[in-house]
Design a protein around this ligand. Structure first.
Ligand SMILES: C[S@@+](CC[C@H](N)C(=O)[O-])C[C@H]1O[C@@H](n2cnc3c(N)ncnc32)[C@H](O)[C@@H]1O
Length: 305
């Protein structure tokens, strides 16, 4: 969507923001946090059901204040620089950029992760994958397609004795993942590798865990625009039926896992039967299950050797 944004940033000058009919004007007075929240929320209504919350998050981000402080002090004036940055973020959010790419952070498994447009935004359903992995108490783990590093870092934080290898094809994603590992003081226990799946690694390992790209190519056009246009295609596109990477991952896991080893793979809600059938072919003697997410939808392929 093309936005026409005309902003003058002096706090005492009128601010006009021509975004589909909404206009922000301070009428010559210093604009306050309270005014900015009302205006920002109104601007975001067309793009999100949580407009007010998102306006608060964006304003907290530019002012460096908590949402609680913003709400407690609606009379606090905005500086010209804060106003300009807030306007810029509102315009980008209205253009469909997901909120975490604007604030550069996302919470996952109770930890804060840096996210950039080079990595998938961690999803709550992937926390189920981490919980299941923790139950296995593995000593050696391979996280395939680490992205922001959310799975590898969450496991490293909770499993202080584990040795973790985390791979990704994307060098840019690995940089973000390494930054997140440093941020949570686990960088010395995660080995990041730029690789196709787990190709450079040798077994045996206790656990292979992965949230691979699994969106079916045929469903690409029905993804929300905010995902399709802003998140990396390499992180999402799983080819025909969404199973292309999963099929290859099964072969890699069969090579890496030792006796009693476990494979955990996040899958799409409608991929359970096909993923289980592929797993039975790759692991004829294994115990294979499809586990649900918190909403009761098929979400994890579990293979126990
Ligand atoms: C769905 S994202 C998951 C990211 C992160 N693990 C998470 O759960 O949020 C998939 C990741 O796999 C990576 N990827 C895609 N194909 C790959 C391949 N053949 N080998 C290694 N990584 C791959 C992408 O770059 C992306 O970071």
């Amino acid at each position: 969507m093309a936005l026409s944004v005309s902003i003058r940033v002096h706090p005492r000058s009128p601010i006009n923001c021509n975004l589909s009919g909404h206009s922000i004007t301070n009428g010559g007075n210093e604009e306050t946090v309270g005014d900015a929240l009302l205006e920002g929320a109104a601007l975001l209504v067309p793009v999100t059901e949580t407009a007010r919350l998102e306006a608060e998050v964006l304003l907290a981000h530019v002012t460096g204040l908590t949402r609680t402080v913003l709400l407690a002090h609606p009379e606090r004036p905005l500086t010209a620089e804060e106003r300009a940055r807030y306007e810029n973020l509102l315009a980008r959010r209205r253009a469909g950029v997901p909120l975490p790419y604007l604030t550069r952070k996302m919470e996952f498994f109770g930890l804060e992760f840096v996210v950039t447009p080079e990595v998938l935004i961690p999803r709550p359903e992937t926390e189920v994958l981490v919980e299941r992995a923790l139950e296995k108490a593995p000593r050696t783990v391979v996280d395939v397609g680490t992205g922001s590093g959310c799975v590898a870092v969450a496991l490293a934080v909770r499993l202080p004795r584990a040795r973790i290898y985390a791979t990704d094809l994307s060098r840019a994603a690995l940089c973000v993942a390494a930054m997140n590992a440093r941020r949570h003081s686990v960088a010395d226990r995660i080995h990041f590798l730029q690789a196709d799946l787990a190709s450079p690694l040798r077994g045996p390992v206790d656990l292979v865990v992965s949230n691979p790209p699994y969106v079916a190519e045929e469903e690409w056009s029905s993804l929300p625009a905010s995902v399709r246009e802003h998140e990396p295609r390499l992180a999402l596109d799983g080819g025909p039926g969404g199973l292309r990477v999963i099929r290859r991952l099964l072969a890699d896991a069969a090579r890496l896992l030792g006796p009693g080893g476990v494979l955990l793979v996040e899958i799409g809600a409608d991929q359970g039967p096909n993923a289980a059938a592929l797993a039975r072919r790759a692991f004829p003697m294994a115990y294979i299950r499809i586990l649900p997410d918190l909403a009761g939808r098929d979400r994890i392929l579990e293979v126990i050797l």
